[in-house]
Design a protein around this ligand. Sequence first.
Ligand code: FES
Length: 568
Amino acid sequence: MRSAQWYGGDDRNSYIHRAWMRRGLPADAFDGRPHIAIANTASDLTPCNSHLDEVSRSVAAGIQQAGGIALNLPVVSIGETQVRPTAMLWRNMAAMAIEEMLRANPIDGVVLLGGCDKTIPALLMAASSVDIPAVVVPGGPMLTGTFRGVPLGCGTDVWKLSEEVRAGTLSAAEFQRSQGSMIRSRGHCNTMGTASTMGLLAEVLGMTLPGIAGTPAPDSRLLEGAHATGVLAVELVGKDRRPSAVMTRASFLNAIVALAAMGGSTNAVVHLLAIAGRLGVELTQDDFDRTGSGVPLLVDLQPAGRFLMDDLYRAGGLHAVLAEVRDLLDPAAVTVTGQSLVDYLNGVPVYDREVIRARDEPLQSDAGIAVLYGNLAPDGAVIKPAAASPELLRHRGPAVVFDSVEDLQARLDDPALEVTADSVLVLRGCGPKGYPGMPEVSNMPLPAKLLAQGVRDMVRICDGRMSGTAYGTVVLHVTPEAAAGGPLAKVRTGDMIILDVASRRLEVDLPPGELEAREPSPAAVRAYAAPKRGWERLYVDTVGQANTGADLSFLVGSSGSQVSRESH
Ligand code: FES
């Protein structure tokens, strides 16, 4: 038992370790029982996770029932909508801090409580780099809200309603009134956004109690599952089943299949690559295209579809979706229970075929994430065809270029802006280094004058990310980003852009040699001011590009759980 390195023996150090933990723990707590931390991202400033203290109590009860010692460990929490400049700037910081605290403390295993977008990725990255027995409890989505008598999705409908206000079809007062209807309960966003996607993928990766992911946050079955997870955590420690034994390449490829079948968030590409990087699992951006292509879209959830997470749970949940694509899943991938993921898919019923389509009646036959290449994206760019307008997936149009988010905000609605529905909006300076932190701005709003004409989608290209709750014909994660010397910095307004998703092509149509000969836009370079100190400085100096997961270079990989030195 790892904790015996602290508590075992009769010397002065073990005395200190035991004595200082006696505030609440009995003497027999150190008789070889597993000490299991509950890494808890509950925070009033992460409202999507604020219920996790209650979940933690159920996990603790399960750990204790199984003979373990449960230890609450509050960890860095990131509220997607609250933190500035962008939550992604802090994912790696959270992962680094959690990793170090897992390694530094006398624990044998950990239960990871997350929910809001970056929290489950950060927890999994941390646990992967320490590689002690670990299991996730996804906090679950909020219940469906209603407004004007119809369901209101959290996130996706904010964009739709705000576009309605800009187009003059919804009053500002009505828009404000919808707030109270949208967030109906505890839990994370209830569309197939990043939080839902990563909660479900944590299970596909094998890292949860089978069947728990997608349970709505207020549902009593979440607490039942949390209790069972506590029991399972003790068993995990006994079997020394570690993240590296569960999250193999087979698990990641299964996650890519599930991502496509669910129509999950593009952010999962970055997060899965980062987690794989911590584990040393070979995974590339191209795996998403290779493995995801041809996988049918079966789940009709917002942002691309109609329903919400509560509906998915009611219709049969994740296992019902996975059962439809069972033949595409690698049976070699195991879960934290030691059983194969596919073992849990026998005879799983589907209760609502509107929400979860049959394999032979998909919403789309090819739902995977497409990875585009060309002179605009030598190291790749990503598009989610399921969220795009089919008629725009092959498009040629003149670029309208913005050097920063601020430049976009200042000029987008200018009546003098030369833009038509055929234009291609290009936004740069939004990559990991450029912003910094790779914000979710790629789904640029459309120019007001085009909205007024009834235009609802345009081709947009950016080196940033897109909210998992957003939709549209958006090319994102352009790599290398403009601030890292990518050709996006050399594009000019008026250049013809070619997008051809079928042939995976993203080009600027220029005479041979011209792009290479151009200097980067001075305005784009000016917009990128390297921070002088603190986390931002460390981040900008060491962050990798989107195509490898945007982790910090020195955090990729694992250091294991050993800490050999100590002094008192
Ligand atoms: Fe937390 Fe959407 S803001 S999940």
